[in-house]
Design a protein around this ligand. Structure first.
Ligand code: KG4
Ligand code: ZN
Length: 338
């Protein structure tokens, strides 16, 4: 069975076809990042309008490259995300499902990220610990089986991707900030500034990144005001990245040791970060699974795959849903289509 996946939760229009064995048949992605760059972040209204423009042509393109005229079912991101953007995907997915008389499956965006490494040939098996790090989330999740998730750590304020984006803005770099920070950090000295490792000595597994962002802001201000000091962007980026990665790695290793997990899945936009991968690979006692680099950030393939896995378990839905807020722990009980 072939599942068409539709992702429109933020600023990427992602479409893909995956079969119910998890094999990727075709995929296409349109990133609106350049449209939002001049505003330093995503403008929701621009995002929704552009999804309307891109989605149907991308669906045609993906069906053509998969050599099919229609899929057997459709999976779409029903939340969390920007509600106007979600409504575009939800509306088109449900309209097509009505026209093609096929099942429609609503997918939680973060479940999409969580299963993204399963698009690879070396797939993680449940149960596992997952570190989900994106522009909107920083979570440690115990994933027992498909749809059965416990959030054991969450951010108390900014998400780590958001901290990368805000720090990049502060340094005059473009949006999205993560790739830019990690690029210039390569030529910087990560010991040049000592930034806080938030929550390091606190019990539990929660995160906090707003203090780190403020520390960088104060340092930039100090360097700008004191003409005798040099503001080296690469050194600042490298020191920020080191502090952010140390925090993520420390809390993740602590959670894995306490839970006794030998498998770790790391996914979401920030899982593309080279330093994070290097540190986890050398320090995690077990196997770490990441998505292919192109499936770390938002894409249609991870949504199609989550839909395919749900379909295999007979989980489909029958209502149109677009929820800006939706907890991963609150995945609605299985709804059998029809
Ligand atoms: O998963 P994603 O595409 O969207 C959300 O669901 O939020 O993640 C986007 C986030 C942005 O904050 C971006 O700056 C960050 O992922 N990101 C990175 C890297 N590539 C993307 N952060 C650090 N290092 C990277 N290489
Ligand atoms: Zn995402």
């Amino acid at each position: 069975m072939l599942v068409l996946g539709i992702e429109t939760s933020c600023d990427e229009t992602g479409v893909a076809v995956v079969d119910t064995h998890g094999g990727l048949k075709s995929e296409a992605l349109y990133s609106q990042a350049h449209m939002h760059a001049m505003y330093g972040g995503v403008v929701p209204e621009i995002a929704s309008r552009d999804h309307v423009r891109r989605l149907v042509p991308l669906i045609r393109q993906v069906l053509n490259s998969a050599n099919i005229s229609r899929p057997d079912s459709i999976a779409y991101t029903a939340g969390p995300g920007l509600v106007g953007a979600l409504m575009v995907g939800a509306g088109i997915a449900n309209g097509l499902a009505l026209g093609w008389d096929c099942p429609v499956i609503k997918v939680h965006h973060m479940e999409g990220h969580l299963v993204a490494p399963m698009l690879d040939s070396e797939r993680p098996e449940f149960p596992f610990l997952a570190l989900l790090v994106s522009g909107g989330h920083t979570m440690l999740v115990w994933a027992e089986s498909l749809g059965k998730y416990s959030i054991i750590g969450n951010t108390l304020d900014d998400a780590v991707g958001e901290a990368f984006d805000k720090t990049a803005k502060l340094l005059g770099l473009g949006y999205p900030g993560g790739p830019q920070i990690s690029r210039i950090a390569e030529s910087g000295n990560d010991n040049s500034h000592v930034f806080p490792r938030p929550m390091k000595n606190k019990p539990g597994f929660d995160f906090s990144f707003s203090g780190l962002k403020t520390a960088v802001m104060l340092k930039v201000k100090e360097l700008e005001e004191n003409k005798s000091l040099e503001l080296n962007q690469s050194d600042l980026a490298a020191s920020f990245q080191r502090a952010a990665v140390d925090t993520l790695v420390y809390r993740t290793l602590k959670a894995a040791a306490e839970i006794g997990s030998e498998r770790l899945v790391v996914s979401g936009g920030v899982s593309a970060n080279k330093l994070l991968r290097k540190e986890l690979d050398s320090n995690f006692k077990g196997t770490v699974y990441y998505p292919d680099l192109k499936f770390c950030t938002d894409n249609g393939a991870m949504i199609a795959l989550a839909g395919a896995l749900r379909l295999n378990e007979g989980i489909v839905s029958s209502e149109i849903c677009a929820s800006a807020r939706w907890s991963l722990e609150d995945l609605s009980p299985p709804e059998i289509y029809g």
